[in-house]
Design a protein around this ligand. Structure first.
Ligand code: ATP
Ligand code: ATP
Ligand code: MG
Ligand code: MG
Lengths: 219, 219
């Protein structure tokens, strides 16, 4: 379902080049639960952004469901993302003057015009992550771990077939982390594909395989 | 050096009250290295913000170096913070159109008018966290763990006597986390007081004691 062939990504700022991905080869099948580990700056989020159709590689092939993504225009990509992919960002990316439930509802606005159904799906997602009593709070009125959980709920609300989670438990205590892993295992057993970046090995071990990255490569 | 007596903090939004701290009693001596753990939403960051003179309690006493902070005006508090406290925020709070080294330099602008010395201290702090080669990058050009390390460098650059770190390794791989703990142990052995919130028990154990919070109380 996800295939990367010799992916490279180079950032260029002011004549300084950062070669963030140096030839990534990866095959992830539908229904896999893959954990990605590696040191800070090794290229994990960069890889995830390409897989999530949020960024384009500098060279190499990337195929999502057999489709070559880089040739599609922005609208097509946005449609694919809203239908197929749920993304939990490392820095959450919540909208600030917007309540928790409105943030969770966002992915549904693309494809779902039934306001009542959207509200119900959003409330279910928030309740799944234990935040029913915080749905009207804005991000600055939430703890770090609560913001992280709103980001997780938002990634699940449109029932995507692929969940990409970048450090989903970085701000969560052990008990809450295990609850989130329980949710991910549940989704995986329903056939969803999960790709998760984490720096905690006991969290990584919820996946069926662990991929290690170092200096832009898989080792 | 830090004393809290029956601290309460209640947030009020739209008639909904959140009783975030419910009677905190705490004594931290100079040179202590205290770890704070507890579930998401238990009040850890709220307590840290009061200790760091960034927020005021709703009731109860808070003393920093024997001084009652809540009676001081904003300028006095800002001066105390810039001289005595280094704060690593859970969400980093880096300035966005500003390079790593400029972000690290910020606390020095208050008290240090020697541009050459500021630059040297900032470069040392960045090198300590392994980011010399990223000093001219802006936050969006840094990985999550690199942003976190810039926040850590900024908290140390003015040589504060108290370091307050809210989840300082939440986005760091194990090796980098241990390097940061090595830095904190080093500062502690120089006599600095360290208060650290973390959800990872092996990180918490670098402190000399672990305080557990639950539902706004210390248990
Ligand atoms: N401005 C605010 N308005 C209303 N409620 C708030 C506000 N800020 C925080 N809260 C609530 O206060 C409680 C404590 O928040 P705090 O940020 O101290 O938790 P925490 O222990 O740091 O959690 P985490 O481990 O998730 O970072 C949470 O339940 C949160 O929803
Ligand atoms: N826009 C950018 N411009 C220049 N360099 C960048 C940019 N974005 C990322 N980088 C660099 O690319 C490298 C890989 O970044 P990436 O965010 O993928 O790392 P990561 O493995 O996710 O790290 P972490 O574990 O710290 O989150 C880093 O060294 C970073 O400094
Ligand atoms: Mg990252
Ligand atoms: Mg917090």
């Amino acid at each position: 379902i996800i295939e990367a062939i010799d992916l490279h990504k180079t950032y260029s700022n002011n004549n300084v080049k950062v070669h963030a991905l140096r030839g990534i080869n990866l095959k992830i099948n539908e229904g896999d639960f893959v954990s990605i580990m590696g040191s800070s700056g090794s290229g994990k989020s960069t890889l995830m952004n390409i897989i999530g159709c949020l960024d384009i590689q500098s060279s190499g092939e990337f195929l999502l469901d057999g489709m070559n993504i880089q040739n599609l225009n922005e609208d097509k990509k946005a449609l694919i993302r809203s239908k197929k992919i749920g993304f939990v960002f490392q820095s959450f990316n919540l909208l600030s003057r917007t309540t928790a439930i409105e943030n969770v509802e966002l992915p549904l606005l693309y494809s779902n015009s039934d306001g009542k159904l959207r509200k119900e799906l959003s409330e279910n997602a928030l309740s799944l992550v234990g935040l029913s009593d915080r749905k009207d709070h804005q991000p600055t009125q939430l703890s770090g771990g609560q913001q992280q959980r709103v980001a997780i709920a938002r990634a699940m609300v449109n029932d995507p077939s692929i969940i990409l989670a970048d450090e989903p438990t970085g701000n969560l205590d052990s008990k809450t982390s295990l609850e989130i892993m329980g949710i991910f295992k549940g989704l995986n057993s329903q056939g969803k594909t999960i790709v998760m970046i984490t720096h905690e090995r006991d969290i990584a071990e919820f996946g069926s395989e662990i991929i290690e990255m170092k200096d832009g490569r898989i080792i």
